[in-house]
Ligand binder design. Structure first.
Ligand code: PLP
Length: 380
């Protein structure tokens, strides 16, 4: 089996069950899950309160169209509005991250009456055509062109280039506060603040894609809180419903008022809404973001110490909270394969040279120690 096959195709680990940070294979092997299947289980696998909420809702009502009020859907909308940064109290629900960004793109266009969008090189915003037009990598884009146009890419982190690109024609700037798929690159607070100022001045919408950074991963419920920036639109998805399909687009009033007609049959369906409401309640009541900050700091400094002590072939350890990238000198895919098959630790790639850690946010220091030891074994 080649490294590429291990990472991108079906893996030789048939999984049967999950609890907390542990995934158990059909053969009984236990794995420490430090990828959370791309950040989709912030409270760990099968968190009991979420499982109960799903079971109870399944016995009440599985589905009814979005135009009928349903208590659990209303509760989720209200909870999202309560925890949203600033005044982003208008909530559009959907079924995935790419749909949350499609909605953001449509809303920004219709609210501003403009079409130009400024995005960052290395960005990943999804794979449906609108979101794909905002995604950088040629391998994702090229087979499907021509994509919707009027998109300008600027280097991530370059405040001057961003300011120069935003003008009176700009509908929106889309940014990830930490680029995930692009290699785990955090933006500075100053960069996000410049994006805020430039969009405000131009009458454009600032859209922060918090699909990977949100829900506590970087140490605050939303990464933009750490930078003191409130966008006009924030998108979230991934672990919002502990692994059931969901996305949400949180909007300021001026965006919602000009949003135009948009819809989706399954958006906000009661079963998923119950899972999301219970997940969000757990993230807040268990103070999960603070845990991500503390354990993330512990893990990052432990990794740096191990790299120095064992002279590991690592160029850099970087990230924010429990969103960590380890840039390795040999292919990341081989490291990931060895970690899984020899150490029973599951993690993710971010490009060819970065091992990405996105564990459940309830991870503890003992889990961090196990990952550091496993990496020392594999890389040493
Ligand atoms: N935006 C970001 C930052 C992501 O990391 C992802 C998925 O990895 C998406 C958007 C797309 O989300 P989905 O795969 O749910 O469509």
């Amino acid at each position: 089996m080649s490294d590429e096959e291990f990472v991108f195709s079906e893996k030789p680990l048939a999984l049967a069950s999950g609890e907390g940070l542990t995934l158990t294979g059909e053969d009984g092997t236990e794995y420490l899950d430090f990828g959370a299947s791309y950040a989709c289980t912030p409270l760990g696998h099968c968190p009991p309160a979420v499982v109960t909420a799903i079971q109870e809702q399944a016995g009440e009502l599985l589905y009814v169209q979005g135009s009928y009020p349903v208590a659990v859907r209303t509760a989720l909308r209200e909870r999202l509005a309560t925890v949203a940064p600033g005044d982003l109290s208008k909530v559009w629900l959907c079924n995935s991250g790419t749909e949350a960004n499609e909605a953001a793109l449509k809303f920004a266009r219709s609210a501003t009456g403009r079409s130009k969008v400024v995005v960052a090189k290395r960005a990943f915003h999804g794979r449906t055509l609108g979101s794909l037009s905002l995604t950088w990598k040629d391998a994702y884009r090229d087979p499907f062109g021509p994509l919707p146009g009027d998109v300008e890419f600027v280097p991530y982190g370059d405040a001057e280039a961003l300011t120069a690109a935003v003008d009176g024609e700009t509908a929106a700037v889309f940014l990830e506060p930490v680029q995930g798929e692009g290699g785990v690159h955090p933006a500075s607070d100053a960069y996000l603040q410049t994006a805020r100022e430039a969009t405000e001045e131009a009458g454009a919408a600032l859209v922060l894609d918090e699909i990977q950074t949100g829900l506590g991963r970087t140490g605050t419920l939303w990464a933009c809180e750490g930078a003191g920036v409130v966008p006009d639109i924030l998108t979230t998805a991934k672990g919002l419903a502990s692994g059931l399909p969901i996305g949400a687009t949180l909007c300021a009033d001026w965006i919602a008022e000009g949003a135009g007609n948009h819809g989706s049959t399954f958006a906000g369906n009661p079963l998923v809404a119950a899972a999301a409401d219970a997940t969000l309640a757990g993230l807040v009541s268990q103070e999960v973001p603070a845990n991500a900050a503390a354990v993330g700091e512990y893990l990052q400094s432990g990794l740096r110490e191990a790299v120095a002590e064992h002279d590991l072939p690592v160029r850099e350890v970087r990230g924010s909270g429990l969103m960590i990238g380890i840039e390795v000198k040999r292919g990341a895919n081989r490291v990931l394969r060895d970690l899984a098959l020899q150490q029973q630790i599951l993690a993710l790639p971010a490009g060819r040279s970065v091992v990405r850690l996105l564990p459940p946010l309830i991870a503890e220091t003992e889990h961090a120690d196990a990952v550091i030891d496993g990496l020392v074994e594999v890389l040493g």
